[in-house]
Design a binder for this molecule. Sequence first.
Ligand code: SF4
Length: 327
Amino acid sequence: MKEQFVTKKILNWYDFNKRSLPWRENVSLRKRQYNTLVSEFMLQQTQVATVIPYFDRFIKEIPNMENLAKVQNKKLIKLWEGLGYYSRVKNLKKTAKIVIKNFGGKLPDNFENLVKLPGIGEYTASAILAIAFNKPYIPLDGNIERVLKRYLYLKKEKEIQKDYLLKKKSIFGLSSRSSDYAQALMELGALICKPNNPLCDQCPIKKNCKSYKKKDFSLVKIVKKNKEKYFILKVYKKNQRYLLIKNTKFNFLRNLSIFPMEELSNPKNFHENLNFKMSNMNMNIKIQYLKEYQKIPSSYWVDRNKLSNYMLPSFTKKVVQYLEKNL
Ligand code: SF4
């Protein structure tokens, strides 16, 4: 494959500047596929620096697909605790089970089969194919998107739509070192073409970068407005214990421990005590302190001094922090 000038420049820069990340370690092909699968699931909504210790722990405890397919949910959730978006880890296990059952334990090496697996969308499928299988894909993550927008000076509404960007990324060309090239582009965005104050002086493609020529590095984003949602959160406290429930009612934080809650559709004069942002909604929480305990299905008491023994989502931890300060 004949590489374009821009491709060569970026790969050359990567060879001298790439970070040493645990999922980039030189391992067998099979292990590399598993490590890429786990790291890509973790990186879906979390920054690299946060993911590193989680990844190390996860791989140590669950070193391969077979172990992942069989691991107890309790252990799995504990290993994920603090990363949030728990549906990712549930889908990861479901994917491992399917890979064992239908693909003989080997991750499929084609887009059609990969995107059918739980938790794997078009982006993750492209990332796995490029990184783990060295196939000529360029996954358009936030980092590559930023480099692309700046390199071509894309600002108009139609130019920043996903479909348009997916077509335009061909400007970067392809390499026979597909795995390195996908990671090189991501790395360039993460280390050099940073969201604020890009380090253009160190950038291998500055010569042809339109934003660099214009000295305008501002980025235009599609504004996605989160839905405002309103909840009454009920706090029962007795003898240093809080009452929690296993959430089977709401789609978010499903099967995790939360305080009993009710959603209000159109509240008037709602004065929230607490606010929590999820990926798709802004939760406004009003706390109601209750003295009379009414039996609630799937509820249980947790000792406030032993909360670290429980697997609590960040949301519940934030509520506890608020209560500890304000009760
Ligand atoms: S020259 Fe600057 S703005 Fe352009 S791609 Fe490189 S780091 Fe980004």
